[in-house]
Design a protein around this ligand. Sequence first.
Ligand code: ZN
Length: 452
Amino acid sequence: MIFARQAKLSTGWASNVRVSHADGWITAITVDQKSDAHDTCVDTLLPSLANLHSHSFQRAMAGMTEYRMAGKDSFWTWRDLMYRFTANLTPEHIEAIAAFVFLEMQEAGYASVGEFHYLHHQAGGMPYADLGELSGRIAAAAATTGIGLTHLPVLYSYGGAGQVPLETGQARFGNSVDRFNDLVARARDAVAVLPADCRVGIAPHSLRATSPDDLKSVLAAHGDGPVHIHIAEQPKEVADISAWLGARPVEWLLANADVSSDWCLIHATHMTADETLNMARSGAVAGLCPVTEANLGDGPFNGPSYLEAKGAFGVGSDSNVLISLTEELRTLEYSQRLRDVARNVMVIGEGSVGETLYMGAAKGGAQALGRGGGEIAVGELADVVAIDSTAPSLCALHQDQLFDGLVFAANDNVITDVWSAGRHCVRSGHHVKRDEIVRGYKAAMQSLVASL
Ligand code: ZN
């Protein structure tokens, strides 16, 4: 039983709230109660966010790509370094890094993660004896941390638009459709041992890494769960896909696949007004990764017209250069302000920008990971987070200003507790297994850096 001095329920703010949960689900909510001696007492309870897009291993190279080389640095030179880095990763490294990354996400206030998993094989491209070895490592990291995992094995078959063969650096990612189907089956086995809120979807990496026929084939085989795809992140990608398929990436996808509310389109940065409107109407979630998109120089999302068309959105930490829920949400808004030379952009009409961003991302993130409605209500997963509204950065604010304070004026250190489907993983600001997981991460980094 959780007792909160105040809570943002699906029906609005309430005081002195008791939330009961069992087997991961919220079973009862009562308001205007007194706390019981056995309750876990918190200050302010909110629905927690899903981190809808992560490549956990990339956390280990954070800070290594911020040095300007001769000539203009770009997304594509970053990608080259990432390929060289992945060549040295062992299964043990991958598990230790993922556990640390999931811990950081939970301490930042995320209850769940969509792990967009494309590192499948040994360096050089030879599959492991168990094709699902590395999916198993991600599942093991989820088991250690208790995070709610939506595992998204990635179909990555080509090195570029037009079925270009894979480059050497991409050999660890590659699968034919047949082998991908086997891999998904192994991933399902690996995730089956996790709690029931954890699940498997699929992720065709991008239009440039698949082909129209392959895409059709994997959607026919696995189209029943979350489907995530990178789309329109970079102008070069838009140009390459347009030249190959005769349509821009989002335009082509909407015309050639049954894009629905089960889909999450990651980035969707470079869209025309029509693409923006049609994507919003499709019911798919825009998987925005503002910190990574700023870090990689991708560009800002077309926020105002997408919101106006009632498009669903959520946030992800993608490259994991920095894991911070508050930073992610405020970077989303600030990218819009800088482009539009305006303030308070990501809200329709009048209202709190912080609340629009936070509650919108809670709903969209939960939808994208197949985790329900993303709100505190009976029958929803117990994905909840507690913040301390008496912290110096929040103590002067009214209840209806709290989300604005959290998003624009506070850091993740106001997070006190996180429950992932009822698993109480963060207490007093720290993950319950912090020492053990950090030790494992540091040991992995020591061995990895020595191998570079
Ligand atoms: Zn990504």
